[in-house]
Design a binder for this molecule. Structure first.
Ligand SMILES: Nc1ncnc2c1ncn2[C@@H]1O[C@H](COP(=O)(O)OP(=O)(O)OP(=O)(O)O)[C@@H](O)[C@H]1O
Ligand SMILES: [Mg+2]
Length: 297
């Protein structure tokens, strides 16, 4: 009798693990999108939050990694002060789930804090453990958006080099454009494999947006043969952006009918349309594995 029961138990256990592995098999991967710029202050953080919110409103699950150490961090723009960040996860003081904060509309944020620097210092076993924790988020989100710092530093570049897509933000200013070109060139020289897209922020008119994107694309096409830079469009210069920043609210929510919000909405709509049938995404575990390998080499 007991052997029969044991057999039954074993059968159920087998079935359970089969179901679990089946579920894991169909689990979709999270797409990793890095938002970066050559020059600082061009609008990365505002873009990341508002674009993320537009995606959430379109039914996508979005998590943002705040990997920026500038003054205008995501928490500042949202008026949230996180008590813990990635540093506390790496030091075993907190679980990943405990540091994730919920922003408006259910958007999630991982505060990077000084933990982003610590990533490079991980020992092998710590790395394994960290990757395991991240894997628990895999598939739970459609997109991981990473707000990187500006510039060409190793740590900023690493976040982009491993991503499925890199969105380069520039303004029409010549200095911002030159720095954007420098960044794109560096990514190409470092053999970045994913999609590269350009966003012109603070355009004074749609014409200026279009012309700026075309200008940069011409130079890239001429001098960087292996690079296919795609234009994602432009966001008009709009006073509601700084008004919203002062209120510590995303402009998409405070001023949904503004020019800037309209631009973000149409960009997000086009983005999700293009991403509908993408080949398999890098996935969170692979993404962080790649980053860590890059940090160490
Ligand atoms: N479309 C826009 N129209 C008007 N002003 C804008 C627009 N986008 C950004 N700004 C202004 O630029 C400021 C900087 O934006 P933001 O903090 O998003 O840039 P950043 O690239 O993240 O900066 P950093 O490199 O310091 O992290 C905002 O506070 C806002 O005043
Ligand atoms: Mg920023």
């Amino acid at each position: 009798m007991s052997t029969q029961l044991d057999r039954l138990r074993a059968l159920v256990k087998n079935l359970k693990s089969e179901v679990e592995s089946d579920l894991q098999g169909i689990k979709k991967r999270t797409q990793v999108i890095s938002i970066t710029s050559g020059k600082g202050g061009v609008g990365k953080t505002n873009f990341t939050i508002n674009f993320g919110l537009a995606l959430v409103e379109m039914g996508k699950k979005v998590i943002i990694l705040d990997a920026d150490f500038g003054l205008a961090n995501i928490d500042v723009v949202l008026g949230i002060t996180p008590s813990y960040n990635l540093y506390h996860v790496l030091n075993e003081e907190k679980e990943l789930a405990e540091i994730i904060i919920e922003g408006p509309e259910g958007i999630k944020i991982i505060p990077g804090g000084s933990g982003v620097f610590e990533l490079a210092e991980l020992k092998e076993w710590q790395l394994e453990r960290f990757l395991l924790k991240l894997t628990s988020l895999e598939g739970e989100y459609d997109y991981l958006l990473i707000d990187t710092g500006a510039g060409l530093s190793r740590s900023v570049l690493n976040f982009s080099l491993a991503a499925d897509e890199v969105l380069v933000i520039t303004t029409p200013e010549p200095t911002a454009l030159t720095d954007a070109y420098g960044l794109i060139k560096t990514l190409v020289m470092q053999k970045y494999q994913g999609k590269l897209k350009l966003i012109v922020n603070r355009a004074l008119s749609p014409e200026e947006g279009r012309l700026t994107a075309n200008k940069l694309k011409l130079v890239v096409d001429k001098f960087l043969k292996d690079c296919n830079l795609e234009s994602m469009g432009w966001i008009l210069d709009d006073k509601v952006v700084s008004q919203a920043v002062k209120k510590q609210e995303p402009f998409l929510l405070s001023f949904p009918y503004s020019k800037a919000s309209t631009n973000i909405y149409s960009m997000a709509a086009e983005f999700t349309k293009q991403n509908f049938r993408l080949p398999q995404a890098v996935g969170l575990k692979n993404y962080f594995h790649k980053i860590l390998t890059a940090f160490r080499s």
